[in-house]
Write a protein that binds this ligand. Structure first.
Ligand code: B1M
Length: 234
């Protein structure tokens, strides 16, 4: 670490300086600095959602570019992910305590063969904040685990996340199995993850592809409204 870096006092930075500094600290996997900076922004009146998207998610986007380009490797990205998770865990209770009325419930998991969980966790946090009960199955979830959770929790929505082009086809395995068992139409199936798109969502028989966590919440709410309208008129 250079002398210049040692001298940085996060609390003395303006917001315009602190946010890029957080991107750098996330890139360097500096968990404690990220935690401190999240507290500073919150103390300055920032909305938790803005801290999440402008500081943490944007920082991870930059990490993703250098990972793709072979500048960063798995160990460094793991450190960045840990720093991001530390920041997210400060924001989680704040995002969840919106006092929103209960809208429904969702089972969510990252599919088999895939261990990326930051995006899935973020979707879970935002859904909780919007008033959904969320049952998180974690990573590397196989079809039997999804089906067991559906039968145990009887959620309105099944959410699946995949970050790898090699794991996204597994979503179709889950949906096809639901069709075979005659339970597909009992649930709204939402899918998401960086390599997916709308066309893929349609092709595998999901109800919708969600580009990000905010879209997931909006889409989930729309489907809940439709369900309630159908029930009310039926
Ligand atoms: Co991985 N990785 N990774 N990685 N990793 C990607 C995905 C990759 C694009 C990087 C790259 O090359 N540019 C690339 C995939 C390439 C491809 O398949 N086309 C890749 C690779 C190759 C790998 C390994 C194979 C590397 C290796 O071992 N050689 C390996 C695979 C391990 C495995 O899963 N079996 C691997 C490992 C890892 C780490 C463990 C180091 C770490 C994960 C840590 C963790 O998650 N706990 C990691 C990370 C961090 C990334 C990147 C850099 C960042 C992912 C992330 O957290 N983004 C990623 C690069 C990238 O995505 N551009 C990359 C931030 C997060 C907020 O965004 O996850 O997209 P995201 O979620 C968004 C939306 O997609 C959406 O909403 C979220 C919030 O807005 N969304 C949903 C996501 N899930 C949803 C579910 C829904 C709805 C919306 O349900 C309703």
């Amino acid at each position: 670490m250079s002398d210049e870096e040692e001298d940085i006092v996060l609390s003395e930075l303006s917001d315009d300086e602190l946010v890029p500094q957080m991107h750098d600290d996330l890139y360097d996997g500096l968990k404690e600095e990220i935690e401190e900076a999240v507290h500073i922004l919150l103390g300055r009146g920032w909305a938790p959602y803005d801290v999440l998207t402008k500081a943490l998610v944007e920082g991870m986007r930059i990490v993703g570019i250098d990972f793709r380009d072979g500048i960063l490797f798995v160990p460094e990205v793991l450190l960045a992910a840990n720093a991001m998770k530390a920041g997210m865990s400060i924001l989680r209770p704040l995002l969840a305590e919106t006092g929103a009325p209960k809208l429904g419930s969702m089972v969510i998991g990252t599919v088999k063969g895939d261990i990326h969980d930051i995006g899935k966790n973020l979707v879970g946090m935002m859904m909780e904040g919007a008033g959904f009960d969320v049952f998180d199955l974690g990573i590397n979830t196989d079809v039997d685990e999804y089906l067991a959770a559906l039968s145990e929790h009887k959620p309105d929505i099944l959410g699946m996340s995949a970050l790898l082009t090699t794991t996204m086809p597994y979503m179709k395995v889950v949906i096809d199995t639901m069709v075979e068992k005659g339970i597909r139409d009992d649930y709204v199936v939402l899918v998401g993850g960086a390599p997916l798109n709308e066309e893929f969502g349609k092709a595998i028989g999901a109800d919708a592809y969600c580009r990000d966590a905010a879209v997931a919440v909006e889409t989930a709410k729309e489907f809940m409204d439709r369900r309630h309208n159908i029930r009310a008129s039926g």
